[in-house]
Ligand binder design. Structure first.
Ligand code: SAM
Length: 213
C-alpha cells in the first residue's frame, strides 16, 4: 500500500505504549496479561488503518484483538480509532508478520484475519504473500486447536492462490464465498479496502481455513 509519509507518526505511536505494544517478543505467552483479563485472542495481520480490528472489537467485547501492521504512517490511523472509541480490547503491533512465531507462544491465538492482503502478483514475490507456506507454518504454530484463518480479498488471483496453498498444506477450507456482499454471511465487519473496492463494484471473496491434526 502506498501511503503518505507522516513524520510525526513515530512520536505519536511512542506516546501510547499501552496500545501500540513495543518489543512484542517479550510478551510471547503472556498477551492476556496486557489486556488484564483472560479471553480468546484474535489477530489481524496487515491491519491497515484499523477499521476492521476496531469494528470487531466493538462488536465482540468478549474477545481480545491484536492488529499487526508494518507501516507507522498507517497504524497511526488505527491508533486514532482505538483512542476515539476508547477500546480496551485492542492492542496494536507496529511489526512484521514474518516474525509471528517470535511474538506469540504456541496455541496462543484463536483466530487469524487476513484482509485484503497485498497480492504480490509476480511469481518471484510469491514468498511475500501472507498465504505462502512459510506463513502458514507460523499460523499453525500460534493458532490453538480450533483456531481458524479468515481470509477476505477482492483479488481473484490471490484468492485462488490462497485456496491452493491452504489445500496443498493439508488444511480444510470452509464457507467459501465468491461474492460476500451478496451472500447470507452475517456480521461482516468491513475494512477500509473492502469499502473502497466494493464501491467500485468489485466482488469480495471470502473463505475460512483450519489446520488438521
Ligand atoms: N487490511 C487493511 C484493509 O483491508 O483495509 C489493509 C490492506 S493493505 C492492502 C495491506 C496492509 O498489510 C498494508 O497496510 C501493509 O503495510 C500490511 N502488511 C503487508 N505485509 C505485512 C507484514 N509482513 N506484516 C505486517 N503488515 C503487513
Amino acid at each position: 500500500m502506498r501511503v503518505r509519509n507522516k513524520p510525526w507518526a513515530k512520536d505519536k505511536i511512542a506516546k501510547y505504549p499501552k496500545i501500540v505494544i513495543k518489543n512484542p517478543q517479550e510478551h510471547a505467552g503472556n498477551w492476556n496479561r496486557l489486556f488484564n483479563r483472560s479471553a480468546p485472542i484474535h489477530l489481524e495481520i496487515g491491519t491497515g488503518k484499523g477499521k476492521f480490528v476496531t469494528g470487531m472489537a466493538k462488536a465482540h467485547p468478549d474477545i481480545n484483538f491484536i492488529g499487526i501492521e508494518l507501516q507507522e504512517s498507517v497504524i497511526v490511523s488505527a491508533l486514532d480509532k482505538c483512542l476515539e472509541q476508547e477500546l480496551d480490547n485492542v492492542k496494536l503491533l507496529n511489526a512484521d508478520a514474518r516474525e509471528l512465531s517470535e511474538y506469540f507462544a504456541e496455541s496462543e491465538i484463536s483466530a487469524i484475519y487476513l484482509n485484503f492482503s497485498d497480492p504480490w502478483p509476480k511469481s518471484r514475490h510469491e514468498k511475500r504473500r501472507l498465504t505462502y507456506h512459510t506463513f502458514l507454518a507460523q499460523y499453525q504454530y500460534i493458532l490453538d486447536q480450533n483456531g481458524q484463518i479468515n481470509l477476505k480479498t477482492d483479488n481473484q488471483g490471490l484468492f485462488e492462490y490462497s485456496l491452493e496453498s491452504f489445500s496443498r498444506y493439508g488444511m480444510l477450507i470452509k464457507n467459501i464465498s465468491l461474492d460476500l456482499h451478496n451472500s447470507s454471511f452475517e456480521g461482516n465487519v468491513t475494512t477500509e479496502y473492502e469499502e473502497k473496492f466494493s464501491k467500485k463494484g468489485q466482488r469480495i471473496y471470502r473463505c475460512e481455513a483450519v489446520f488438521r491434526d
